[in-house]
Design a protein around this ligand. Structure first.
Ligand SMILES: [Zn+2]
Ligand SMILES: [Zn+2]
Ligand SMILES: [Zn+2]
Length: 152
């Protein structure tokens, strides 16, 4: 199977409509072709209303938009491999303790360069307007979301 056949069967069509031989070939292609498995993932996310283009790559889109029904807090969920913090525009790998984390600068799956964390800028900006202990202070609302760094 080639990529355009895969696209026709999986992304534009429905794999359940295929006979079992063709289903198997389509799945084989999915597992062996990275471009197509990424395209299939992007199509699934877009169908859920996710704007894949607003993330560095489809993998980060998947994790940034990941929600688990069983674990409302992502630190309890083993499937939440990458955590995205929209306040700091920061991607990280949570540690087992649920508190510390490892900030990453490239996507582990495709190597795409990720944005520089705005964590320091967030602290510096708040300090410059008089908040030197933002965790304990009542900070302006826009600093509790991405609003402080995204100007619409
Ligand atoms: Zn392909
Ligand atoms: Zn979970
Ligand atoms: Zn990626």
């Amino acid at each position: 199977m080639n990529c355009s056949e895969f696209k026709k069967y999986w992304i534009e069509g429905n794999i359940n409509d295929l006979d079992s031989d063709l289903q198997e070939k389509t799945l084989d292609h999915f597992h062996s072709c990275k471009a197509c498995s990424d395209a299939a993932l992007a199509a699934t996310l877009e169908a859920r209303g996710v704007h894949v283009d607003s993330y560095p790559c489809v993998h980060m889109a998947q994790y940034a938009e990941f929600h688990c029904d069983q674990h409302p807090d992502p630190k309890d969920c083993h499937d939440a491999t990458i955590k995205y913090d929209e306040i700091f525009d920061e991607y990280s790998i949570p540690h087992g303790d649920g508190v510390s984390q490892l900030t990453i600068s490239n996507c582990p799956w495709c190597g795409t360069k990720l944005p520089e964390s705005k964590r320091d800028l967030w602290f510096d900006t708040l300090e410059s307007i008089g908040y030197d202990d933002p965790w304990d202070q009542e900070i302006p609302e826009e600093y509790k979301s991405k609003s402080w760094r995204v100007h619409s």
